[in-house]
Write a protein that binds this ligand. Structure first.
Ligand code: XMP
Length: 333
């Protein structure tokens, strides 16, 4: 383990030395702890020569984009640009149900948008004291991501393409000569959280469950449509809020509500409805490589199920996923 106080000072010095005093650094933020800590470190090191970009894929959690704007932009003073790309993602994902295809489409759309932003940022910097070029791309990669992505590239074939490790940077690296800067690549999650606290990042964000880059798109089995995203998003918000109210959030490593491909029959009043099936998932894990399901009280789950069916139009059934990892993965796709 690092002595965390030293880490922050050493890393800030290392970033300053690497980047020098003109170059601009571009980085993606998601509102998660890793990218936020990485962005806060960059901001501490080089101020607003670091440009953070939040891509609103239309597949983020309920109210998330607004919350990230507030926290990163206002509270942490990170120079943040939000790119509203919901429609682009919906159009590109229309009719695509294969999980790996979804990931590839989302990953390459991220790159398209970053490239556009990099050009805009350099243009905007021309008339300011920061006349440098965008030379670096920041990623909040952690040590376990590094290890997992190495094994994915091995002979055992791809398990999943995490676009924040494999794929994403390469086109930008080769095409634009950007260099990758990964201040967290030797750290584990608990160490990143400790650094986050030291940098004054709010406890709610520091303890936030991880959220995959492709977002809700890989939590709804099958086609990504606006309607299905909305249903999953509302159900997820209810589930997570109830977990927080019950004081269970910090005992769970990751929880979410997703959506099945199929529909099922339900009765509302005296009407039969052909409704959506919400899948609840909650796991406990140390390293995200293997995971156990969280043991809720049945009463709690029944309450969540009732609340979701009552409050989310179109849902006729709620199920709890009892599969550990392996054989299941944490995400549904
Ligand atoms: P799995 O589903 O592989 O998830 O058991 C392990 C951890 O990785 C996250 N995950 C992703 N993160 N892009 C990401 O940025 C992805 O495509 C992706 N797939 C899984 C997942 O949320 C969990 O924390």
């Amino acid at each position: 383990n690092w002595v965390m106080g030293d880490f922050v000072q050493l890393e800030i010095a290392r970033i300053r030395e690497l980047v020098g005093d003109r170059a601009l650094v571009l980085g993606a933020v998601s509102g998660g702890v890793d990218s936020t800590v990485a962005a806060a470190l960059m901001t501490a090191a080089i101020g607003d020569r670091f440009k953070a970009i939040l891509i609103d894929t239309g597949c983020m959690r309920l109210n998330e984009c607004e919350e990230v704007k507030q926290t990163l932009g206002k509270h942490l003073n990170i120079n943040l640009t939000v790119v509203d790309a919901g429609e682009l993602f919906m159009t590109r994902l229309a009719g695509v149900s294969d999980p790996e295809k979804k990931r590839k489409i989302i990953g390459s759309s991220f790159i398209d948008l970053f490239e556009e932003e990099a050009i805009k940022i350099e243009k905007a910097a021309e008339n300011t004291p920061n006349t440098g070029k965008v030379e670096w791309f920041l990623q909040g990669t952690l040590y376990p991501d590094v290890i997992e992505s190495l094994s994915w590239r091995g002979p055992s074939a791809t398990i999943k393409t995490h676009h924040n490790v494999g794929g994403l940077p390469e086109r930008m690296m080769n095409g634009q000569g950007l260099r990758l800067i990964e201040p967290l690549r030797l750290l584990f999650k608990d160490e990143v959280r400790a650094i986050g606290r030291q940098l004054g990042i709010h406890e709610d964000l520091v303890n936030r469950h991880p959220f995959p880059g492709p977002g809700i798109a890989i939590r709804i089995l099958g086609d990504v449509t606006q309607e299905r995203v909305e249903i999953a998003r509302k159900a997820d918000h209810i589930f997570i809020s109830m977990i927080k109210e019950a004081g269970l959030y910090n005992q769970i490593s990751q929880a979410f509500a997703g959506l099945d491909t199929n529909r099922s029959v339900g009765v509302f009043g005296d009407q039969r409805v052909w409704g959506y099936i919400v899948i609840l998932r909650a796991v406990q894990t140390k390293d995200f490589m293997s995971a156990d399901i969280f043991d809720f009280d049945n009463a709690f789950l029944k309450n969540v199920s009732r609340t979701i069916c009552n409050q989310v139009d179109g849902v006729s059934r709620v199920v709890y996923d009892l599969t550990s990892k392996p054989p299941g993965t944490i995400e549904l796709e």
